[in-house]
Design a protein around this ligand. Structure first.
Ligand code: F6P
Length: 320
C-alpha cells in the first residue's frame, strides 16, 4: 500500500493526536504517503482531505483534542454516504484508511470494510467502551482529570459536611466512574452495569455521618441517570446536604497522560504495520498489555465490552 489516510471521528479523546502523529510518521518512514481527513466521516464525504508531511504532526503529541477535527455524522450509516466516502478516497488515490474513534467510528470502518475498502480501527474514546481492547486512547487521561476534580470536591465537601453527587461521562459504560471512583475514594459508585437501591445508598451515607464522617462522595456514571435526578431521589430518604457536580466535557480535554501517549503511539505503529502488509478490516487493541489486531466485523458483531466490575466489589469493601 502506497497511500493511506487518517481520520478522527466521534467524541475527541486526549491522545488522538499522538496516534495520528505515530501513523503519519511511521507511514512516511515506511515510504508511504499520508493524507489527513478533516472532520471525520463528514470531511471524508465532502472531500476535505489534505496531504500530511512530517512537520504537520510536529508539536501535537502533548495536545488534547484532535488536530484533524472531529464530527458526529450519522449520515455515514447510509449506503449512499459510505459509497460517496469511498469515491472520495479513490479520487485521492488512497488505498487504506486508519479510523481513530469510538463505537460509531468503528461502525463506519466496518461499513467500509464490508464494501471492500481496507480500513483499520484504532480505539480512541474516553469511555473505554470498545470491544476487542482492554483500554482505549483517552481513558487514562479522563480518569486522571476526574480524579483531580474529585480531590478538589472532597475539600469543599469536608468543609461543609456535604454529600456530593459527581456525574461523569461514559455514555452507557461505567468504566470512568469505576476507576475514578476507586482512585478518588468514593463512598458509593453507581454504574449502568450494576443495579442499585437508593435506600442502601442513603443508609450508607447516614451510617458514615453517625461515625463522624464529614464528606460523602457518590460517583455517578451518566448512563444511569442525570446527577440532579439522582440527588432529588436521594433526598427522599433524608437531608444529606447534597450538592451535584456535573463534570461534563472538561473530562474530554487536556494534555494526554504518558500512558495515553504511549498507547496511542503503539496503536498508530501497529495500524501502519497492518496496512503496509495490505491488511484491512481490522481493529487494533491492547489485551493483557500486548498490542493485538482482530477482525473488525467479528469484534463489533460478536464482541462485548465489559468493565472491570471487580472494582465495584472492591470499592464496596474498602469504602466503609
Ligand atoms: O463518547 C464520548 C462522550 O464524551 C460520552 O462520554 C458522552 O456521553 C458523549 O461523548 C457526549 O457527546 P457530545 O460531545 O456529542 O455531547
Amino acid at each position: 500500500m502506497k497511500r493511506i489516510a487518517i481520520l478522527t471521528s466521534g467524541g475527541d479523546a486526549p491522545g488522538m493526536n499522538a496516534a495520528a502523529r505515530a501513523v503519519t510518521r511511521k507511514a512516511i518512514y515506511e515510504g508511504m504517503e499520508v493524507y489527513g481527513i478533516n472532520y471525520g466521516y463528514a470531511g471524508l464525504v465532502a472531500g476535505d482531505i489534505r496531504k500530511l508531511e512530517i512537520a504537520d504532526v510536529g508539536d501535537i503529541i502533548q495536545r488534547g483534542g484532535t488536530f484533524l477535527y472531529s464530527a458526529r455524522y450519522p449520515e455515514f450509516a447510509t449506503q449512499e454516504g459510505q459509497l460517496k466516502g469511498i469515491e472520495q478516497l479513490k479520487k485521492f488515490g488512497i488505498e487504506g484508511l486508519v479510523v481513530i474513534g469510538g463505537d460509531g467510528s468503528y461502525h463506519g470502518a466496518l461499513a467500509l470494510t464490508k464494501h471492500g475498502f481496507p480500513a483499520v480501527g484504532i480505539p480512541g474514546t474516553i469511555d473505554n467502551d470498545i470491544p476487542g481492547t482492554d483500554y482505549t486512547i483517552g481513558f487514562d487521561t479522563a480518569i486522571n482529570t476526574v480524579l483531580d476534580a474529585v480531590d478538589k470536591i472532597r475539600d469543599t465537601a469536608t468543609s461543609h459536611v456535604r454529600t456530593f453527587v459527581i456525574e461523569v461521562m461514559g455514555r452507557n459504560a461505567g468504566d470512568i466512574a469505576l476507576w475514578a471512583g476507586v482512585a478518588g475514594g468514593a463512598d458509593v459508585i453507581v454504574v449502568p452495569e450494576q443495579e442499585f437501591d437508593m435506600k442502601d445508598v442513603a443508609t450508607k451515607i447516614a451510617e458514615g455521618r453517625e461515625r463522624g464522617k464529614k464528606h460523602c462522595l457518590i460517583m455517578l456514571a451518566e448512563g444511569v441517570m442525570p446527577g440532579h435526578e439522582f440527588a432529588e431521589k436521594l433526598s427522599e430518604y433524608g437531608d444529606f446536604h447534597e450538592r451535584v457536580s456535573v463534570l461534563g466535557h472538561i473530562v474530554r480535554g487536556g494534555s494526554p497522560t504518558a500512558r495515553d501517549r504511549v498507547l496511542a503511539s503503539k496503536f498508530g505503529g501497529k495500524a501502519v504495520d497492518l496496512l503496509k502488509e495490505g491488511k484491512g478490516g481490522l481493529c487494533v487493541g491492547i489485551r493483557n498489555e500486548e498490542i493485538v489486531a482482530a477482525d473488525i466485523v467479528d469484534t463489533l458483531e460478536n464482541g462485548k465490552h465489559k468493565p472491570d466490575m471487580s472494582l465495584y466489589t472492591l470499592n464496596q469493601e474498602i469504602s466503609l
